[in-house]
Design a protein around this ligand. Structure first.
Ligand code: FUB
Length: 372
């Protein structure tokens, strides 16, 4: 085991033992500041939580009307024990935030959409994204339908902060979790989506939902890994105009990344951005907790694996977005600083992202190595 892995494991163990020892920590979405002194595992975080009044995760950031709008999940404690299926992520609504500048005041716009307002949904409102076209704003969200299958829906609003009115049915041919919408310079929008394990992508391996499909991935370590999906959106932004395609990530030899390559294979949290004419597909590796990226020449790929954007944060999940604002690039991400290490109670953060002259992204360490 590498020294950095040992150090990180020790930090995670310390953080979760603090969380377990702690009495009377928040029981729902109210963030307790009590006991902050014992959280020195986070004292070397490179950035502070953006939102302190409630938990927030999976931040999708966009510039709308000259401001940065952040569309996160809203974590709360439903009292559901942690499992590999992600049942403890039981979110039921979205709150949206905006800011005039990174580091400036964060405006809380309140509730933008609730599970109870989505006619076909049952539970688990997971990571959203947003887009703009022709005077309307669109909020894309994954949620389980009444049969427990994750599908992707869309809500519409006149304002970036909502409230959003959900369409009466999920988007056709959209499934699994973590929608991310990218609009290219020609105005065409694409949705990237999917996530394995609790995100159920492996249950769609045949193109149809198989309730008896594998609980994790394809269980074929020597075969190409499951991929995220991408599809063009219609002009009305409410449906796809084509069947979803595979987002293939290849290695330096042009071969697809294999299912057993857990440090590089796609798990969840797709994001697409463009830098100097190249398409950067980024994602989480899930059980190895890395944010990675791969580059290509067009929105469909294939994308060649390039490296790690961010090393593991404290907390199981890692999920991000990448945004250019006033000439600088930023990584929005989350960790579990406010809950002192509880996997399902996360908080959104932001830090600057830098490129090397050859277009590589410099790897970010979320905690500095200097102790206290
Ligand atoms: O927030 C619930 C799930 O956790 C998201 O959909 C994943 O990306 C992971 O962050």
């Amino acid at each position: 085991m590498k020294l950095e892995t040992l150090v990180l494991s020790a930090v995670i163990l310390f953080a979760s033992s603090c969380a377990q020892q702690k009495k009377g920590v928040q029981s729902n979405d109210t963030v307790s500041q009590e006991g902050a002194a014992e959280t020195n595992s986070f004292s070397n975080s490179i950035s502070k939580p953006l939102v302190n009044q409630r938990y927030s995760a999976d931040p999708s950031a966009h510039v709308f009307e000259g401001k940065i709008y952040v569309y996160p999940s809203h974590d709360y404690d439903a009292g559901i024990p942690e499992n590999d299926n992600g049942d403890h992520f039981a979110m039921k609504d979205f709150y949206i935030y905006s800011m005039d500048s990174v580091g400036g005041k964060v405006t809380d716009h309140g509730v933008a959409l609730k599970v109870s307002d989505i006619p076909w949904a049952s539970k688990q409102l997971w990571a959203p994204d947003a887009a703009y076209k022709n005077g309307k704003y669109y909020l894309y969200f994954p949620v389980r339908d009444k049969e427990g299958v994750f599908r992707i829906g869309v809500g519409v609003s006149d304002k970036p902060q909502g409230p959003f009115k959900a369409q009466p049915a999920p988007m056709k041919n959209a499934f699994s979790i973590d929608p991310a919408v990218f609009t290219d310079n020609d105005g065409q929008s694409y949705m990237y989506f999917g996530g394995i394990w609790g995100g159920q992508l492996q249950k769609w391996a045949t193109g149809k939902f198989d309730p008896n499909g594998s609980a994790t991935d394809l269980n074929q370590d020597d075969k190409p890994a499951l991929t995220a999906k991408v599809a063009k959106l219609n002009g009305d932004m409410l449906e796809f105009s084509e069947n979803p395609r595979d987002v293939v990530i290849i290695d330096e030899n042009g071969k697809p990344i294999l299912g057993g390559d857990h440090n590089r294979r796609f798990f969840e949290a797709s994001w697409m951005h463009k830098y100097n004419g190249k398409y950067y597909f980024s994602y989480s590796t899930g059980d190895t907790h890395l944010l990675c990226y791969a580059t290509g020449d067009n929105p469909y790929g294939p994308f060649t694996y390039q490296g790690v954007i961010m090393k593991p944060v404290i907390g199981w999940t890692t999920h991000h977005s990448i945004l250019e604002f006033k000439g600088k690039w930023y990584l929005f991400y989350h960790d579990t600083e406010l809950s002192k290490g509880k996997t399902h109670l996360r908080n959104v953060k932001v830090t600057e992202l830098k490129y090397t002259p050859d277009g590589k992204i410099e790897t970010i360490e979320p905690y500095t190595t200097a102790a206290k």
